[in-house]
Design a protein around this ligand. Structure first.
Ligand code: NBP
Length: 486
């Protein structure tokens, strides 16, 4: 076979097929391969006019159809399957060839693959691809990391097929090793948070204020024209509008037990490992876990009794409460992104990545599930001050939080009084209050730790890094103290 394809793609499931068609739309010749040959045959049969597609039925045939340096992209199930294909590819690849993993791989796997392949002379790119089926077909957000030497060869293809925001591609080099998949992981975690915040706001409207699905839909449609303008708010309004064959909202027939595939959990795990309080995303993961305990929740409601009936408010009061819910959602969303950025900053320090924070916001600005106008403000904040230590300290976000403060507390108080769980809205508020409190009660924690475990503590009247220990219990069981430096 002549070496004619610009890129090879392995894995013709939803994402792979749509990415291939996106690439051929942009004039690239793509050789495809799938473990089950029938999928390759069906895919080619569905595209009889597409002269940019080359079907192959063995790894050797796939590799031999590629122009040098060969670029092979994997769009297969994350995990062992990726390593399986890398092992199958290696005998046929030459020095300088490039393997790209576009699945939802764990960043530590991408870190490992970059290193081991580099030792073999093969360049590796681990890239996040976001936007689901439609994004893959018409323009995803693409977050590549790995071996930077491979970027120039892959860049024209990736930037051509990616979404565009303000005429700029939602794709740029993220960083070395696992950086691309790390940023994609945080993106997915933020997606969990955004979804949870919307669900909690819906819960407050529907069961706190007794609004119909249709009325909730109208509110979300209105919100989508303001600061909350985003794909997820837009599709929530669409979902609430959707009725089944009985003319009833389909959403009322959907079982309230959420699934998850693991990227939110990975974000939570990484936040715990790095010691960064990414509370909103982690609460969102736990909320899905709690929702999944459907049978237990049903039993517990019978045991403890039903939540109160919705509050019937006068028109103006209801309007004011809806505004409070809006502001609470907006402020909490700011907290969630700030926490996500805190996590990326710490990860960059830990793994030695040079992350472009404004560039990341631009990559998420279009094509992906969390796309929103809001991300433009994050990009602006980092453009104004590339050394910004925390998003909350940027003028725009500081003002937004100050403006929302009263309403945020009002919405959370309302939720508590109506016994409606709002873990994301309320934990965001608790984080905000903690973040801007100079003196937290951690002095008590330190004293307790020193009391039972001699873990020592620092003092407010001594330089940081000087540690003290106190003998808290003295003879006779009386509590007094002797303090000494350690
Ligand atoms: P899947 O994640 O469902 O993977 C399907 C592909 O993996 C098929 O080509 C299948 O081959 C192959 N495969 C499997 Br499964 N087990 C295999 C094995 N043991 N050996 C060889 N091949 C195997 O596809 P997808 O939903 O298109 O997602 C692809 C990647 O993109 C995943 O990592 C996913 O997490 C990520 N992603 C998905 C989305 C989305 O919206 N779906 C969005 C963003 C990222 P077969 O046809 O022979 O079974």
């Amino acid at each position: 076979m002549t070496q004619q394809a610009d890129i090879g793609l392995i894995g013709l499931a939803v994402m792979g097929q749509n990415l291939v068609l996106n690439m051929t739309d942009h004039g690239f010749k793509v050789a495809v391969y799938n473990r089950s040959p029938q999928k390759t045959e069906d895919f080619l049969a569905a595209e009889p006019e597409n002269t940019h597609l080359i079907g192959t039925y063995s790894i050797e045939e796939l590799v031999n159809s590629l122009k040098a340096p060969r670029k092979v992209m994997l769009m297969v199930k994350a995990g062992e399957v990726v390593d399986l294909f890398i092992d199958q590819l290696l005998p046929y690849l030459s020095e300088g060839d490039i393997i790209i993993d576009g699945g939802n791989s764990l960043y530590t796997d991408s870190e490992r693959r970059t290193k081991t392949l580099q030792e073999k002379g093969i360049q590796f790119i681990g890239t996040g691809v976001s936007g689901g089926e439609e994004g893959a077909r018409f323009g995803p957000s693409i977050m590549p990391g790995g071996n930077s030497a491979a970027w120039e060869a892959v860049k024209p293809i990736f930037q051509a097929i990616s979404a565009k925001a303000d005429n700029a591609p939602c794709c740029d080099w993220v960083g070395d090793g696992g950086a691309g998949h790390y940023v994609k992981m945080v993106h997915n975690g933020i997606e969990y948070g955004d979804m949870q915040l919307i669900a909690e706001s819906y819960h407050l409207m529907r069961y706190g204020l007794g609004m119909s699905a249709k009325k909730c839909q109208k509110v979300f449609s209105k919100w989508n024209k303001g600061v909350l303008d985003s794909y997820l708010i837009e599709i929530t309004a669409e979902i609430l509008k959707f009725t089944d064959k009985d003319g009833e909202p389909l959403v009322d027939k959907i079982l309230d037990a959420a699934g998850q595939k693991g990227t939110g959990k990975w974000t939570g795990i990484s936040s715990l490992e790095l010691g960064i309080p990414v509370t909103l995303i982690t609460e969102s993961v736990y909320s899905r876990c709690l929702s999944a305990l459907k049978d237990e929740r049903v039993k517990a409601q019978a045991h403890f009794g039903k939540p109160p009936k919705p509050l019937k408010l006068e028109k103006d009061d209801r309007k004011a409460m809806l505004k409070a819910i809006h502001d609470a959602l907006y402020a909490s969303k700011i907290i969630s992104y700030a926490q996500g950025y805190m996590l990326m900053r710490e990860a960059a320090k830990e793994f030695g990545w040079q992350l472009n924070y404004g560039g990341i916001a631009l990559m998420w600005r279009g094509g992906c599930i969390i796309r929103s106008t809001f991300l433009g403000e994050i990009k602006n904040a980092y453009e104004k001050n590339p050394d910004l230590s925390n998003l909350l300290l940027a003028d725009f976000f500081t003002k937004a939080l100050e403006d929302s403060d009263e309403n945020w507390r009002k919405a959370v108080t309302f939720a508590i009084s109506q016994k409606i769980p709002v873990p994301a809205l309320s934990s965001a508020l608790a984080f905000f209050d903690g973040y801007k409190t100079a003196n937290l009660p951690a002095n008590i924690l330190q004293a307790q730790r020193d009391y039972f475990g001699a873990h020592t503590y620092e003092r407010v009247d001594a330089p940081r890094g000087e540690f003290f220990h106190t003998d808290w219990i003295q003879s006779g069981g009386r509590v007094s103290s002797t303090t000494y430096e350690v």
